[in-house]
Design a protein around this ligand. Sequence first.
Ligand code: AMP
Ligand code: FE
Ligand code: FE
Ligand code: ZN
Length: 278
Amino acid sequence: MRNPLADLHIHSTYSDGLLTPSEIVKHAIQLNLTTIAITDHDSVSGIKEAIKLSQDRIEIIPAMEMSSNIGDLDIHILGYYIDYEKNELNAYLEIFKEYRLKRIEKIIKHLFADGIKLNFERIKSIVGNGSLGRPHIAEALLRDGYVHSINEAFVRYLGYHTPYYEPKKAVLPKEVIQKIKDCQGIPVIAHPGTIGNRDVIYHLIIEGIAGIEVWHPEHSKRQQQELREIALKNGLLMTGGSDFHGFRGSENQIGKYGCAEEEVQMLKEYNRTVYRKG
Ligand code: AMP
Ligand code: FE
Ligand code: FE
Ligand code: ZN
């Protein structure tokens, strides 16, 4: 892995990360990163706090990570330089937030019926105005002693193949890509190496993604190389990030994965020329 200067994929307490946007910004400044993006799941609520604290000491790209799916394939789309204050976007995200809340409540009810007693109100209060997700249940299961690790929580209680699973709101990547573009954001396919289906990348190129996340902790060297080639051949932007959540026991750290200044400049250039911003 090259030494990254920019980490363009970080989760905060406004979704399933354990650090607040302010803690992330402080940490990134200490690490001498030039640029970061807080990319919460279906939420832009942490961006303002991060920008406020950054005060020109580090660049914060307004961003988010939208969930979508094609059947049972989970497809995450990052949106960079998003107009995060746009009313239409916030109304759209509100629908996801409500859906996530109901979904987590349902999972907790299924678990309750099997004698696993978690406190929904307590779990709900963690995210405030942000997005609730399965990792919040995983943390509660760990804290209350039902499991020994976050991974065990997913394997036994939260994964797709467990009896407690509830799907997220069904939304096609095409809709999410368009929504990001409507808000003058740059849509980038997140960690395509984890989807397990290369055709999806080509499908999403047709549907209008502008970039590929190449550097990610779950991508092997070989996958990085393949994804770089696909991006170069198709004239797509390349991004990278740690996908840091701050999970206990995880080796991952802010800035451990990311991209170089060159890729950030290409992203900026796209923003300037295509959207005439910045
Ligand atoms: P959700 O958006 O509620 O479906 O939760 C999905 C999130 O759970 C992903 O973005 C990851 O952050 C996390 N996740 C999924 N599987 C695992 C796992 N085995 N261990 C830890 N985190 C996981
Ligand atoms: Fe996550
Ligand atoms: Fe993701
Ligand atoms: Zn992520």
